[in-house]
Design a protein around this ligand. Structure first.
Ligand code: FE2
Length: 281
């Protein structure tokens, strides 16, 4: 077991567990350096330059660029990053919303970081029988331009029957209320998902299961130091505010599902047969 009695209770009762110091300073430097290399290697085509990622409006969801990104490493940008002609308004590292969504399979550095014995043990402790690493992202949340992420649960986007998805959120910077840390609703994972986002024809749709929006009053901030891992249930409502500070709020996230459950064919994230999902092996 890698979790204390208190940490296991937090996972079961609250739907999340906070593990300070899970990532070493050296690992943070390695990832940060690699992120810099990946950014430097991107060249923006005019098409990509006008693809602006918005989690508030979800207009990106109609874009093939997003729907075909499950087996790639691809940049997504914040609203306001470009002018109307597609010119960056700020330096690249201040314009990015995220990289996604197969860092853990396509990049050797992120592969190694995502497949450690410590994380495999944690997955077992959290109840995974056949953990499969489904989705990874580098989330930038840059100062001043990094926008809100609306309150949601990840089961909405990565649906298995039964629900098995869990998120692993690695803080690569200190995360505070000012720079847009995670906010969660403790215990909110005991309720079912209220929406389901899925493929519908060539686009996407959101099925409304319960029209009542999540209670914003129940959210509490989870301020953590760099190196902390926050693991949370796919049913846990979470939200983050815009980054209004001068500090970056870099994070790496990994989403895991259990191979014993059915991953639905109309989930937005689909990977072809040339890139099958893998666990820790
Ligand atoms: Fe999320």
């Amino acid at each position: 077991m890698s979790l204390s009695v208190e940490q296991s209770a937090s996972w079961n009762d609250d739907g999340f567990v906070v593990l300070p110091g899970f990532v070493s300073t050296g690992q943070i430097s390695t990832l940060t350096d690699r992120i810099g290399e990946l950014i430097a290697a991107f060249t923006l085509s005019p098409g990509a330059a006008t693809t602006i990622f918005s989690t508030t409006e979800q207009t990106h969801a109609q874009d093939e660029y997003f729907l075909t990104s499950g087996g790639t490493i691809r940049p997504f940008f914040e609203d306001g990053a470009f002018d109307t002609e597609g010119n960056l308004q700020v330096p690249m590292d201040r314009a990015l919303n995220k990289l996604g969504h197969a860092m853990h399979d396509l990049d050797p550095i992120f592969d190694g970081f995502s497949r450690t014995p410590e994380l495999a043990t944690l997955a077992t402790d959290l109840g995974f029988v056949d953990p499969l690493l489904l989705q990874s992202m580098v989330i930038f949340k840059p100062p001043h331009i990094g926008g809100e992420v609306i309150c949601h649960c990840d089961h909405t986007f990565l649906w298995t029957e039964p629900q098995t998805v869990a998120g692993f959120w690695f803080a690569l910077d200190d995360a505070t209320v000012d720079n847009g840390c995670l906010w969660v609703t403790p215990g909110g994972h005991h309720q079912p998902a209220r929406t389901r986002f899925r493929i519908d024809g060539t686009g996407t749709t959101t099925d409304v299961i319960d029209p009542v929006p999540y209670e914003m009053d129940g959210l509490v901030p989870v301020e953590v130091e760099a190196g902390t891992l926050i693991a949370f249930s796919g049913l846990l409502p979470h939200w983050s505010a815009p980054n209004t500070s001068d500090d970056s709020r870099l994070a790496y996230t990994l989403h895991m599902i259990d191979g014993t459950a059915d991953y639905l064919e109309d989930n937005w994230l689909q990977r072809g047969p040339d890139l099958p999902l893998r666990g820790f092996g």
